[in-house]
Write a protein that binds this ligand. Structure first.
Ligand code: SF4
Length: 937
């Protein structure tokens, strides 16, 4: 839209338009993209400003003490906004505050967040700051109303110009469905079409769906294994990795590392003998090259693919973009091929996409994602989820339904799609690859199901194996919530919409009248049954809520609350009430299953329909049946017949009425044994942290790997020179209720950060602890010109890490994902504080259920489990040979409890000192200064 528009931004005292107040209004009027007028005012909210708002906006109580109250500027704001369309980033938030105060009641909302999420489908982040940065728009002071309003106006115009570059047919498709669903953004897209027409830049050709996707490159063929495998010669490994190797010439920061050679030889030997192996290789070993070299040799000389499984996408990218090219160059083998294969849900299914385009989206979430996908496919033909930026549960859930997940399709069907199917292409590339990279969850779930996403393989290397159990557990977990279940039932539609609508339409078109009428009558009953089924689902979840109330766990909280189902609470009356409702729902599900089967018969009789039309309907019905079969099986186990190797629980975030039903495997050891140890010729597990208290016993026992050889190749780092472990001796234990522990932690962060000029990371075990600490130390660090990056403000992990490394004086507060996989080499990170020993939360359902399978669960399960995380956390500090740092264990239990020593013994040989907290800053500064001297020598 061009013409007159107003871009606004508000700063407020909180998020609730009924309870919170407006603090600042900023607005700019634009006409045809040019800013012609601005208005900005602070507003006295009549209450004190919460500290985190002051921290975010910089607006203090003093700033607004003499500002007008809203009533005084109400008229001025009203006159500024008039009745023109209002643009804002997350417009519903700003409009909710204005409308709660009687302003902008009927103005058309224009949301730059929504438009950006469609028109910039690959943006890494959608906050105003990042979008304006990506678009080259200057934003001087984020979170101040006028600056944000100006940036929003410019961003709007950038998006408008982007829309004008789209094919008219795509704009039309987006606009038509938006109009049909009465989505306010419809006006933006219809205006773009009018503008294209007026400027004579409209394109009239429709974009056929197969031009959205690139074609499969038929140039590569499947690997052909040699009849007799040829073993790897150990000397070759030494030649390839040693001081005079080709790698030494090609690798920019090559270092001769005996540990790397030892590991490579051990992997080669495991492959040669067809044995399994566990290898702990400390940080700095260069373990990915150490396993890639023998893996590549094996695959090339024997025509047998080697699968490499990782826990993180970061490692997958590192292998593909850095390490494999180095190995390829060192081997001088251009034909070494590598590919990444992901789970089915990562690939867009062209057939499903076409079906939704044809039947049109039925809700705003589906419309948004379809629009985004259409724009994305114009820029990126991969169809790989990695290339599109999905936001929120809603987009993920719609993607899931458009993905190859559950499709149950065969390669023959793929062939019918003319080689455009992204899943088909990935599968073909996987078949041709010598090195196939996958993730842990896919590795095990594929082996354990008939899915067969992965081609045949016998040799596997599992990197980041410390996380293998958790990743496989999470990949094999189920979660069924009311909203998703009701949405899937709603997707069945009625006689004019959704799946049933499509079948009804086809029936009327392709069946003789009498048969069509019979089908319609039958489907009328199905529509009525599906409506009743939604009511039963609602009742089921109400009964779940009632059960939570009876169990006295239904409360609102900032964190996720879980309630495990045990043989005891399954006996409770409230649970039996859920079971009764479930039995009713079971009947509906099995009737629905039979009815869908009848529709399949009817479709097969539609002889006049084309094969593709029939296939599309049949595939959609088959996918729907599979979904409801999964629901049936999972919930039947959940409510009636629990599997003894599964854990079941109910979880909710802030609202116990929105609970989800979840399950996960109790142990993954049997799966690993069945599908890896017993079926594969050689499996190598590796990580920098596999041992607890210098023993592999714990991980071997968790993965049923007691019979497997385990070796520790050590680390080339000299931790005695590089790392000071400081144990404050005068702090209370973390469970201190007087608040003294917390005060001392805050003091430690501030004083250490001041002494080191930032450069510290603090690892927490819970979000609430992190948030509480961030709020307390943030303003005080700001006084010392130290910026704080915290995982609690919604910023992505990557953005936080970038910000921390790019800012000279910075402190990073992280939890969960920051305990592993964070690689900050050099001086950016010189101090690491561990706020607590990372024991699992005892009430976590999976942890609690696993604990119950031990006689002495604390010492044989909880402690080693925590030690593995502790070692991972410690590993964030020293990333290169030249790094030097201070590790502060801010948990006195390491000194006072019997198990404390096991944590300390799990560390490499470092300089360990105990002392008062007050001596920490100086000790740290001295230690690091010594490091600078050493480095300059
Ligand atoms: S082969 Fe499967 S994923 Fe690919 S287009 Fe066909 S149905 Fe979709």
């Amino acid at each position: 839209m061009r013409g007159e528009l107003v871009a606004i931004d508000l700063e407020t005292t909180g998020l609730d338009p009924q309870a919170d107040r407006i603090l600042e209004f900023g607005g700019v009027r634009i006409v045809d993209g040019e800013i012609v007028e601005e208005y900005n005012t602070l507003i006295n909210p009549g209450c004190s400003i919460p500290p985190y708002i002051t921290h975010l906006t910089g607006i203090t109580d003093e700033d607004v003490a003499d500002a007008p109250i809203l009533r005084d500027v109400h008229r001025k704001i009203h006159q500024f906004i008039k009745d023109v369309p209002v643009i804002a980033h997350n417009v519903s938030f700003d409009l909710s505050f204005l409308r709660a105060n009687g302003l902008a009641p009927n103005n058309l909302p224009v949301d730059t967040y929504e438009l950006a999420s469609i028109l910039l489908p690959s943006a890494v982040r959608y906050n105003l700051n990042s979008l304006t940065m990506d678009a080259g728009i200057q934003l001087d002071y984020a979170h101040r109303a006028l600056h944000d309003a100006r940036a929003t106006a410019k961003l709007y115009w950038y998006l408008w110009e982007k829309a004008l570059t789209l094919p008219t047919a795509i704009l039309n498709e987006i606009a038509e469905t938006a109009l049909h669903l009465k989505i306010p953004a419809a006006r933006f897209f219809t205006s773009a079409i009018e503008e294209q027409t007026a400027r004579n830049i409209a394109t009239q050709t429709k974009t056929p769906h197969n031009t959205f996707f690139s074609l499969y490159n038929k140039g590569t063929s499947t690997l052909q294994p040699t009849p007799t495998p040829q073993t790897i010669v150990q000397d070759e490994i030494v030649d390839l990795l040693g001081e005079h190797s080709p790698l030494a010439k090609t690798m920019p920061d090559y270092e001769h590392r005996p540990q790397q050679i030892d590991m490579a030889k051990a992997v080669a030997s495991a492959f040669n003998r067809g044995e399994h192996l566990l290898v702990e290789a400390g940080t700095g070993t260069g373990k990915s090259i150490a396993y890639l070299m023998p893996a590549a040799l094996w695959a090339l000389q024997n025509g047998q693919r080697v699968v490499i499984s990782t826990g993180t996408i970061n490692l997958q990218e590192q292998l593909l973009n850095n390490d494999i090219p180095l190995v390829k160059a060192a081997l001088g083998h251009d034909e070494l091929r590598a590919a990444v294969m992901k789970g089915r849900s990562n690939y867009l299914c062209p057939r499903r996409l076409e079906t939704v385009r044809r039947r049109k989206p039925t809700n705003i979430e589906e419309w948004r994602l379809l629009a985004k996908i259409l724009v994305w496919l114009l820029e990126d033909q991969s169809g790989d989820k990695n290339g599109i930026s999905l936001r929120g549960l809603a987009e993920h859930s719609v993607w899931q339904r458009l993905s190859a997940e559950d499709e149950g399709c065969t390669m023959e069907q793929c062939a019918k799609m003319g080689g455009i199917c992204p899943f088909f292409k990935a599968r073909k590339a996987a078949e041709a690859a010598h090195i196939l990279i996958v993730n842990h969850a896919l590795l095990v779930s594929d082996a354990a199901s008939d899915n067969h996403v992965l081609p045949e393989y016998d040799y596997v290397i599992i990197d980041e194996a410390h996380d293998f159990e958790a990743a496989v557990t999470s990949g094999m977990s189920y979660r069924i919530d009311e909203a998703a279940l009701r949405r899937r039932i709603a997707d069945l539609g009625d006689l004019s919409n959704g799946l049933l609508g499509a079948v009804a339409k086809a029936g009327q078109q392709y069946l003789p009248d009498r048969k069509a009428q019979k089908l319609i009558a039958y489907m009328q009953d199905m529509v009525a049954a599906s409506q009743s089924m939604r009511v039963v689902v609602q009742k089921l979840y109400q009964a779940v809520y009632h059960f939570l109330v009876e169990e006295e766990v239904a409360r609102s909280a900032e964190y996720t609350i879980t309630h495990r189902l045990t043989p005891q609470n399954r006996q409770k009356t409230a649970f039996q009430q859920i079971q009764r409702i479930w039995v009713k729902l079971e009947e509906y599900l099995s009737t629905l299953h039979d009815a869908l089967g009848q529709l399949i018969n009817a479709i097969q009789r539609m002889e006049e329909a084309t094969e593709q039309q029939r296939d599309n309907l049949l595939n959609s019905i088959a996918a729907t049946m599979r979904y409801f079969e999964m629901v049936y099986e999972e919930l039947h186990q959940f409510f009636i017949e629990p599997d003894s190797n599964m854990v079941y629980w109910i979880a909710f975030n802030s609202d116990p009425k929105q609970a989800s039903l979840q399950s996960a495997p109790l142990h993954i050891g049997p799966l690993v044994e069945n599908y890896l140890w017993e079926k594969k010729r050689s499996v190598v597990l590796t990580s920098a942290t596999l041992q607890t208290a210098n023993s592999f016993e714990y991980i071997q026992q968790r993965l049923y790997a007691e019979h497997i050889q385990a070796i520790d190749v050590g680390s080339p780092f000299d931790y005695r020179q590089s790392t000071l472990v400081y144990l404050p001796s005068d702090i209370p234990e973390p469970n201190d209720r007087q608040g003294k522990y917390q005060k001392m932690l805050e003091r430690a962060i501030i004083e250490l950060a001041t002494a080191l000029g930032g450069r510290i990371m603090v690892l927490f075990t819970s979000y609430s602890h992190l948030r509480q600490t961030a709020q307390a130390v943030g303003p005080r660090l700001a006084l010392g010109d130290i910026e704080i990056f915290t995982q609690s403000d919604g910023t992505s992990r990557e953005a936080l890490l970038d910000g921390f490394q790019e800012t000279e004086r910075a402190v990073l507060l992280g939890t969960r994902s920051f305990w592993q996989g964070v690689d900050i080499p050099g001086d950016s990170l010189s101090g690491l504080i561990m706020a607590r020993l990372p024991f699992a939360v005892p009430s976590d359902p999976i942890f609690a259920a696993r604990s119950e399978t031990y006689t002495n669960s604390f010492s044989t399960f909880a402690v080693p489990d925590a030690i593995l995380r502790f070692r991972q956390g410690f590993g964030r500090l020293i990333r290169r040979k030249t790094d030097k740092g201070v590790f502060v264990i801010f948990d006195k239990r390491v000194l006072t409890k019997n198990y404390g020593n096991q944590f300390l013994e799990s560390l490499p040989d470092c300089e360990i000192r105990q002392g008062p907290l007050s001596a920490l800053p100086e000790a740290a500064a001295q230690w690091l200064q010594l490091g600078e001297n050493v480095r300059s020598e």
